[in-house]
Design a protein around this ligand. Structure first.
Ligand SMILES: [Zn+2]
Length: 271
């Protein structure tokens, strides 16, 4: 998968250890105090301090990206933080490139000095693209989870049959990993592609919304598309429990999907 290859590439460049994050920020901060006193005594130009401060901000953003862009599981809030951090890093590198280009244009620096800034800029752009892809997936997952959340609320108040836009099938109530593996390989054999699983068990998004999705799987298929209809038929034939969520607003991405397994349970709030 291209996304994964890009991810591995960037992880390798940026390094992974989270414990290094704080260290990096601390190092940059320690440098600033020294520079500040030198600037105040007139030994260094003020621009040097601004540069050091930007480096601290950048180290902070790099730490955010390590935890989000290259982390395993995201909430929507973290996803927004990730997009913002990637955007700021791109802006900083664009500015650094523009500044360097001015020096080249003025004949102060050689053309070759631009190469490193160009590389940084390319990498920052890749980070932005990855962040966007990741944020889009998180948003889709959150939309599906919101649909389930709304259904759970309705089920708690209304008779079981009264859930609009949602098809419910209790089957024999059993959904296991073995069942899922069988469905997945049958899907692959039938359609020649992987089944688009959007949430495998519990996720940060579900936890943030207060419900336990453990042992459940969401498949990003509209129940009315051929693949979705096939899946529903299979689940029905084999008495496997599912919930099919249709689009509430035609033409809009509203979290249509098929949830495999019984409905999630709500975490107990506040003890
Ligand atoms: Zn689900």
């Amino acid at each position: 998968m291209r996304f994964c290859a890009g991810l591995i590439f960037l992880c390798a460049i940026l390094g992974f250890a989270q414990s290094d994050d704080d260290l990096e920020v601390m190092r940059a901060k320690a440098g600033i105090d020294k520079i500040r006193s030198l600037v105040e005594s007139g030994a260094l130009p003020r621009a040097q301090l601004e540069k050091a401060e930007a480096a601290v901000e950048d180290a902070r953003d790099a730490a955010i990206l390590r935890k989000t862009l290259y982390g395993s599981d995201l909430t929507e809030e973290q996803s927004n933080e990730m997009i913002a951090a990637a955007g700021r890093r791109f802006e900083r590198r664009t500015k650094a490139f523009d500044d360097a280009k001015k020096l080249v244009d003025a004949g102060v620096e050689a053309q070759a000095s631009l190469a490193i800034h160009m590389d940084d800029l390319t990498l920052a752009k890749k980070e932005c693209d990855l962040a966007e892809t990741r944020a889009k997936l998180t948003a889709q997952l959150a939309e599906m989870a919101r649909n389930e959340e709304a259904l759970m609320a309705r089920l708690a108040q209304e008779p079981p049959d009264a859930h609009r836009g949602t098809e419910r099938f209790d089957g024999n109530g059993v959904f296991t990993t073995q069942i899922f593996n069988r469905i997945e390989s049958l899907y692959q054999a039938n359609f020649g592609k992987a089944m688009p699983v959007s949430a495998m068990g519990d996720t940060a998004v579900h936890r943030a919304m207060g419900f336990d999705h453990t042992g459940r799987v969401d498949v990003a298929l509209n129940p009315d598309q051929p693949e979705g209809a096939w899946l529903i038929q299979y689940l029905t034939d084999h008495k496997i429990p599912f919930f099919a969520f249709r689009q509430a607003v035609p033409g809009k991405a509203t979290g249509a999907h098929i949830h495999l397994g019984p409905m999630s349970t709500a975490y107990k709030l506040g003890g």
